[in-house]
Design a protein. Sequence first.
Length: 325
Amino acid sequence: MPRVAITDYTFPDLALEEAILRPEGIEVVALRERRPPAELAALVREADAVMVQFAAVNAEVVNAMSRAKVIVRYGIGFDNVDLAAARARGIPVCNVPDYCIDEVADHALAFILALTRQVVPNALLLREGGWGLATPLGTMAALKQLTVGIVGFGRIGREVVKRLLAFRARVVVFDPVVAADEIVRSGAVAAGSLDELLAQSDVVSPHCPSSPATRQLFNAAAFARMKPGSVFVNVGRGDLTDSRALVEALQSGHLAGAALDVFDPEPIPADHPIRSMRNVILAAHIASASPPAVRALRESAARTALRAVRGEALPNIVNGVSPSR
């Protein structure tokens, strides 16, 4: 009997996946929580396809796979899967790149508005029995008065730009792999470099994938180049940011605030200083969440696994491996 192994999941159950796979005679085996590599290796050893949410599928886990025809990541990012190890074994890695575009773009806009309108401090002031402005008047701004810098002009970045332009913000975009005229046609301004974007922007929000070129792209030097009093929003990947450098920029006052749906590491340690900063909005990596988005994610991942078991062509291969072996 073909087998699909699911390394971890945060859903209430696996009914959606099983409804797609089990009628095809496929056994589904799963671990509920993230487990050490040795336990994952045992789970995936005889699997024909592997589906992974947040577990670290490192070289040890990949090399234990004796039959796997695909590794499917529940999500857009795939930095928790060792792509090189999978490539060396000839195992395609697939993601689900288009399931939560509007949700994440909406969340980015919500964070930007929350920071520029000081929504959270003013709500907390009333909850604590106060009245009036919770922060200095100078912290309150309209998006029409601001320049917002978007780093990365992919699916989500483009949707964030559309939303910001509707609020009449000046939007500056930097993406080294997208032509400047394409950015300009969207209504945004094309920055010639990341430094140029950082120097102009009152709000900076990255929307680029995690890769060797982008990990810790926002480090101490990058934060120093941002305008004093600017704010940082990240709903993308936690490792785009040097977390220590971000905390230091916030503590020094160089950055006025931040809103983060992602962090490095996750979960954020209970004693981490960023948890207690009143000028920071935090969420637990939930920007992609909505019932339709989660359903689309789960069904797309399961159908990709099914295609691999059937020997059919696979969508969204991210490690350059042809499925025919």
